[in-house]
Design a protein. Structure first.
Length: 292
C-alpha cells in the first residue's frame, strides 16, 4: 500500500525541510505575519476582495502546550486525552488510569498500517507528534499485543478523489497547499532544529512538535499524490490526473513553495507511478513546465 511511509523518502524530506527552513528564515518577506494582506510565498501579491488567510496553526512553544492524544483500544474505539506536548509515556498511562475501563498492567504501543506493533519506553516523550504516517497509539494488555489489528482509518482509502479534484484548478490547489505549508512553517522556532539534532535523550523538557509536524506534512503530500494516481483505474482519467499533478508542481515551483513542490515530485517519482507506462505516454508533454 502506497499509503505508508518509507525511510528513504522521509530522509529526503528532512533534507528538503532543513534547506527550506534556512532559506526562508534568511529571507525578509518570510518574517511577515500571516495575517497581512499579502502572502510571502506569492511574491507579496494582494489577496482578492473578500478572501482571507486562515489563522496560523497553534505554535507549541511551551512544554505545557496541550495536544490531543488519540489512543485506540483493541476494539478500535478511540479515547482522546488532552496532555502536554512533551508528556512521557508514563504520564500518558497515568492519565489513562483515570479513565473508565482501565486495566492495570496495560502498555502503550504504536501500530502501523501493516499491523506491526512497537512498544514505547516509559520515558519516551512527545509520542503524539512523532508518529509516522498511518501509525496509531494503542493501549493493550501485554499478552494481547500480537492480536492487535490496524484501525480502519490506517488502511487508507479504497476510492480516489479524482472527480473532486476536477472541480479545482491546479493553481488554486497550489495556493491552498502553500497557505497550509506556510501556517505550519511559521509555527517552527529555529531552536527546534537544534533540539531535533541533539535528540530527546539529551533534552527531555523541550518540544520539536512544530518541526515534526512539518516533516510529516511532506510525507503525507507525496504519498497522497501516489495513492490518488494508483486509485484511478481507468488510463484516460488517470492521465488527466497526472497532468493536473504535473501542473500543480509547476505552480508550486512558481510560488517558491519548495516543500510541496518536492513532495509532489517525489510522489510522481514513486516506483509504482513510474511503471504506469501508458499513462506517462499520454501525459509526457505536460512535463515541459517543470523543466523550464
Amino acid at each position: 500500500m502506497l499509503y505508508s511511509s518509507g525511510s528513504v523518502f522521509q530522509a529526503a524530506g528532512h533534507i528538503c525541510l532543513l534547506y527550506l527552513f534556512f532559506l526562508l528564515r534568511a529571507s525578509p518577506p518570510a518574517a511577515q505575519p500571516l495575517g497581512d494582506s499579502s502572502h510571502p510565498y506569492c511574491n507579496n501579491c494582494p489577496l482578492p476582495p473578500g478572501v482571507e488567510i486562515r489563522r496560523p496553526f497553534p505554535q507549541f512553544s511551551l512544554v505545557s502546550s496541550l495536544v490531543p492524544y488519540d489512543i485506540c483500544l483493541p476494539d478500535h474505539s478511540v479515547l482522546t486525552l488532552q496532555l502536554p506536548v512533551t508528556a512521557s509515556v508514563r504520564e500518558v498511562m497515568a492519565a489513562l488510569a483515570q479513565e473508565d475501563g482501565w486495566t492495570k498492567g496495560q502498555v502503550l504501543v504504536k501500530v502501523n498500517s501493516a499491523g506491526d506493533a512497537i512498544g514505547l519506553q516509559p520515558d519516551a516523550r512527545g509520542v503524539a507528534t512523532s508518529l509516522g504516517l498511518n501509525e496509531r497509539l494503542f493501549v493493550v494488555n501485554p499478552q494481547e499485543v500480537h492480536e492487535l489489528t490496524p484501525h480502519p482509518d490506517q488502511l487508507g482509502p479504497t476510492v480516489g478523489s479524482a472527480e473532486g479534484l476536477d472541480l479545482v484548478s491546479a493553481k488554486d490547489l497550489a495556493g491552498q497547499l502553500t497557505d497550509h505549508d506556510w501556517s505550519l512553517f511559521n509555527s517552527i522556532h529555529q531552536v527546534e532544529l537544534i533540539y531535533y539534532a541533539l535528540g530527546p535523550q539529551h533534552l527531555r523538557d523541550v518540544t520539536t512538535a512544530n518541526l515534526e509536524r512539518f516533516m510529516r506534512r511532506f510525507n503525507e503530500l507525496q504519498y497522497w499524490v501516489a495513492t490518488e494516481l494508483c486509485l484511478c483505474p481507468v488510463p484516460g482519467p488517470r492521465a488527466q490526473l497526472l497532468r493536473k499533478f504535473i501542473k500543480l508542481a509547476a505552480h508550486l515551483k512558481e510560488q517558491k513553495n519548495l516543500n510541496s513542490f518536492f513532495a509532489v515530485m517525489f510522489g510522481l517519482s514513486n516506483s509504482a507511478i513510474s511503471r504506469l507506462a501508458h499513462t506517462w505516454e499520454v501525459g509526457v508533454v505536460w512535463r515541459a513546465p517543470l523543466l523550464r
